[in-house]
Design a protein around this ligand. Structure first.
Ligand code: GTP
Ligand code: MG
Length: 610
C-alpha cells in the first residue's frame, strides 16, 4: 500500500513543467494557464447566470400576476380582501384589528355628515349663525385618504346618458390621463354650530319641508341643538387624529406611480397600516392630538352642556398614559371618545326627525361606503374587535398602486369561507363561466401577485406600467352606480365612466393577450335601489321600457359590457363575467375560487405553449 503512495501521480507528471524550461517558456506557459483559468471562470459564471435565470423563469412561470382595475369605489380593494381571505386566511385574521381606526373613522365621518346637514338646517333657520367667521373650524387636510362619499342620485336626478358602445375619443378623453384637481371628498365643510345659536334656532322651531305632509317635515329641536354641540367638536377631533394616524397620502406630483417602485413582497405592508405608502408625506396633524387635547376638547363641550357621563371621561385610559406609543395613544383616545359619545351618536341616528331630514335631503348613508351607523353600540365599546365582515365593509381609498403578494397558505377547510366548498360554478357565475375541473384544493406555495390600484381619474396614469407580464385583469364595474356621478368629476355619470374605461382596456393592444374578467359588482345595492323605486330608464335612456327589475337591469348592463368587448378587442377573446357583491364574502369566495382556477389554467396553457 505504501508503495502506491510513494509512486508519482501520473496526472502530476503530465502537467508538470518540463525540467529544463527556459524563463521565456515559463512566462509563456504561465500566461497560457492564466488565460485558460479566465476562460474557465467565464464559463462557470455563464452557467451560474443561466441557472439563476432558469430559476427566476421557473418562479415567474409559477407566479400568477393579476391586476385589479375599475373606477374609484368599484370594490377593488374589497376584492383583494376576499382573495386574502381565501389564500392567506391566517394573515387576514391577524390584520383584522389594525382596521379598527379605519372603521372608527368611517363611523365618525357618517355622523359628521348628519351633523353637517343639521348644522346647515340650523344655520338656515338662524342665518346670523353662519355669518360668524369666528365659528369656522379648519378643514381636514387629509380628506384624500378617507372614504369619499361619491356624489350620487341624491344630488342629481337629471343626469342621463346612453351607454357607449362605439369608440370615440382619445385616451385622455377616456379619463386615462386627465389630471383632476385633488378633491376634498365628503369632508365636513360647515362650521360647528354653537349651542347658544342652535338653541335659538331650536326655539324658532323652524321646519324644512319638501311637501306639506307632516311626515316630510323636519323639526329642529333643542335635542338636536344639544346633540350638535356635544358631538361635533369631539368628532372632528376624532376625524383629524385618525386621518393623521392613518397617514393620509398625498399624490406626489413627480411620481404618478405612487409607491409602486417600492412595493415588493418583502416590503409588503397592509395599506391601512401606518406608513403604508413609503414616500407619502404625512398631513399636518390637527392641533389637538395629545391626550390633554382630547380631554380639553371634550371638557369644553361639557362646560357648555353638562352631561351625566362627564366624570367618567376624565379617568378613561389615563392609567396607561405614557406607556403607549403616541400613535397608539391617539387611536385609543379616539376610541375612548367614541365610546363616550356612543349614546349620543345612537340617539342622533335613531332620531325620527333626523331621518326625515336625511330623507328630504336624499342622503342615503346606508348605501354609502363605510356605513357603520347600525353598529354604533357594537363598535363604540372598549372591547370592540373588528370582524371580517366589518373589514370588508370598511372604506379606505387607495392611492397609487399597491402590490399584494400571497403565498397560498395550507388551510383547513373550516378556515375557508364555507361557500368555497362543494360549489358549482354554473350556479354563481353569469353567462360564460369559468368552469371548474377537478377538486377545489387551495394550492399551497403558489405565489400570487395582485395589484390594487387607485381608481380615481388622477390615479389612472399609474396603471400603465403594470400592463405588461400579466396573467389576468379583473375589472370591477359597480352596476348600482347608474344614477351616480364621479366624485372627482361631477359632470360624469359613474356607469358611463365604467363603460368607457372598459372600452379602453379591452381595446388596448398591450393587453391583447391578457385574460379579462369582469365583475359586475354591487348587485346588492342595485337591488336595493330598484326596490326603493329608482327607475333605470330615467338615467340610462337606452334602457327604454324594459322591466325595471334588478335581474333585467343587470342582464342589460352585462350585455353592454359584452358588446364592447366583442367589438373593440384587438383579437378575439372570451368574455368572462360575474355578478358580484364583494362585501358578501361567502358568495365571493365561490367567485374567487372560480377565477383562481380559470386564471391558473390559462396560465398553465400559456406556459406549456412556451
Ligand atoms: N354594498 C356593497 N358595498 C360594496 C361592494 N363592493 C364594495 N363595497 C364597498 O364600497 C366601498 C369602496 O370599495 P373599495 O374596495 O374600497 O373600492 P376601490 O375600488 O378600491 O376604490 P379606490 O381605492 O378609491 O379605487 C367599501 O366601503 C366597500 O365595502 C358591494 O358589492 N356591495
Ligand atoms: Mg381601493
Amino acid at each position: 500500500m505504501s508503495g502506491s503512495l510513494d509512486s508519482p501521480d501520473p496526472l502530476a507528471i503530465l502537467i508538470a513543467p518540463p525540467p529544463n524550461e527556459s524563463p521565456a517558456s515559463r512566462a509563456e506557459r504561465l500566461q497560457a494557464e492564466a488565460e485558460a483559468r479566465r476562460v474557465s471562470e467565464q464559463i462557470d459564471e455563464e452557467i451560474r447566470r443561466e441557472r439563476m435565470d432558469q430559476r427566476k423563469w421557473e418562479k415567474e412561470k409559477r407566479t400568477v400576476k393579476v391586476l385589479l382595475l375599475g373606477q374609484s369605489e368599484s370594490g377593488k380593494s374589497t376584492t383583494i380582501k376576499n382573495f386574502q381571505m381565501a389564500y392567506a386566511p391566517n394573515s387576514f385574521a391577524q390584520e383584522l384589528s389594525s382596521w379598527r381606526s379605519v372603521i372608527y373613522l368611517n363611523l365618525a365621518r357618517s355622523i359628521l355628515t348628519i351633523l353637517d346637514h343639521l348644522s346647515k338646517e340650523a344655520s338656515r333657520l338662524n342665518p346670523d349663525a353662519s355669518s360668524s367667521s369666528s365659528l369656522e373650524v379648519p378643514l381636514s387636510q387629509s380628506s384624500l385618504v378617507a372614504m369619499a362619499s361619491s356624489s350620487s342620485a341624491e344630488d342629481d336626478a337629471d343626469l342621463k346618458f346612453t351607454p357607449v358602445t362605439s369608440p370615440q375619443g382619445s385616451a385622455s378623453e377616456l379619463g386615462m390621463s386627465v389630471e383632476d384637481s385633488p378633491g376634498t371628498p365628503s369632508s365636513p365643510s360647515s362650521p360647528p354650530f354653537p349651542p347658544e345659536l342652535a338653541e335659538r334656532a331650536a326655539r324658532s322651531r323652524g321646519a324644512s319641508t319638501s311637501t306639506d305632509s307632516p311626515s316630510d317635515k323636519f323639526i329642529f329641536t333643542s335635542v338636536h341643538a344639544a346633540l350638535l354641540a356635544r358631538l361635533y367638536p369631539p368628532l372632528r377631533k376624532v376625524q383629524e387624529t385618525l386621518e393623521g394616524t392613518l397617514g393620509a397620502p398625498e399624490p406626489s406630483p413627480n411620481s404618478p406611480y405612487g409607491s409602486a417602485a417600492q412595493s415588493s413582497a418583502e416590503n409588503y405592508q397592509s395599506p391601512h397600516e401606518p406608513n403604508w405608502r413609503p414616500n407619502a408625506r404625512r398631513p399636518k396633524e390637527f392641533a389637538i392630538t395629545t391626550r390633554t387635547g382630547w380631554r380639553a376638547a371634550l371638557m369644553k363641550v361639557r362646560e357648555r352642556i353638562s352631561t351625566s357621563s362627564a366624570s367618567s371621561l376624565h379617568s378613561t385610559s389615563s392609567k396607561k398614559a405614557g406607556k403607549r406609543r403616541r400613535r397608539d395613544m391617539d387611536v385609543d383616545e379616539a376610541r375612548d371618545v367614541l365610546c363616550e359619545l356612543s349614546t349620543d351618536m345612537q340617539a342622533l341616528w335613531e332620531d325620527k326627525h333626523v331621518r326625515t331630514l336625511l330623507r328630504i335631503k336624499k342622503v342615503r348613508l346606508e348605501e354609502r361606503s363605510g356605513f357603520f351607523l347600525d353598529d354604533i353600540s357594537r363598535i363604540a365599546t372598549l372591547r370592540y374587535e373588528p370582524t371580517s365582515d366589518d373589514v370588508v365593509r370598511a372604506r379606505l381609498r387607495t392611492m397609487g398602486v399597491q402590490e399584494y403578494s400571497f403565498i397560498s397558505e395550507k388551510v383547513d377547510k373550516e378556515n375557508i369561507a364555507s361557500g368555497l366548498l362543494g360549489y358549482n360554478s354554473k350556479k354563481v357565475a353569469a353567462g360564460e363561466t369559468i368552469k371548474r375541473n377537478g377538486p377545489l384544493g387551495i394550492e399551497p406555495g403558489r405565489e400570487w401577485i395582485i395589484y390594487d390600484v387607485g381608481g380615481a381619474r388622477s390615479n389612472r396614469q399609474a396603471w400603465l406600467p403594470y400592463f405588461t407580464n400579466l396573467n389576468a385583469i379583473i375589472f370591477l364595474a359597480p352596476i348600482s352606480c347608474f344614477d351616480e356621478r364621479l366624485a372627482e368629476d361631477p359632470r360624469v355619470n359613474r356607469l358611463e365612466d365604467s363603460l368607457i374605461l372598459w372600452k379602453t382596456i379591452v381595446s388596448s393592444d398591450v393587453l391583447r393577450g391578457v385574460q379579462l374578467i369582469l365583475f359586475l359588482n354591487k348587485c346588492d345595492l342595485l337591488q336595493k335601489k330598484i326596490h326603493r323605486g329608482v327607475r333605470v330608464a330615467d338615467y340610462v335612456s337606452s334602457y327604454g321600457d324594459r322591466p325595471n327589475d334588478a335581474k333585467s337591469v343587470a342582464k342589460y348592463l352585462r350585455q353592454q359590457f359584452k358588446d364592447i368587448s366583442m367589438r373593440h378587442s384587438p383579437q378575439q377573446r372570451q368574455f368572462f363575467s360575474f355578478f358580484t357583491s364583494v362585501t358578501d364574502t361567502k358568495a365571493t369566495a365561490i367567485t374567487v375560487a372560480a377565477v383562481r382556477e380559470g386564471i391558473q389554467r390559462t396560465n398553465l396553457r400559456k406556459v406549456e405553449l412556451i
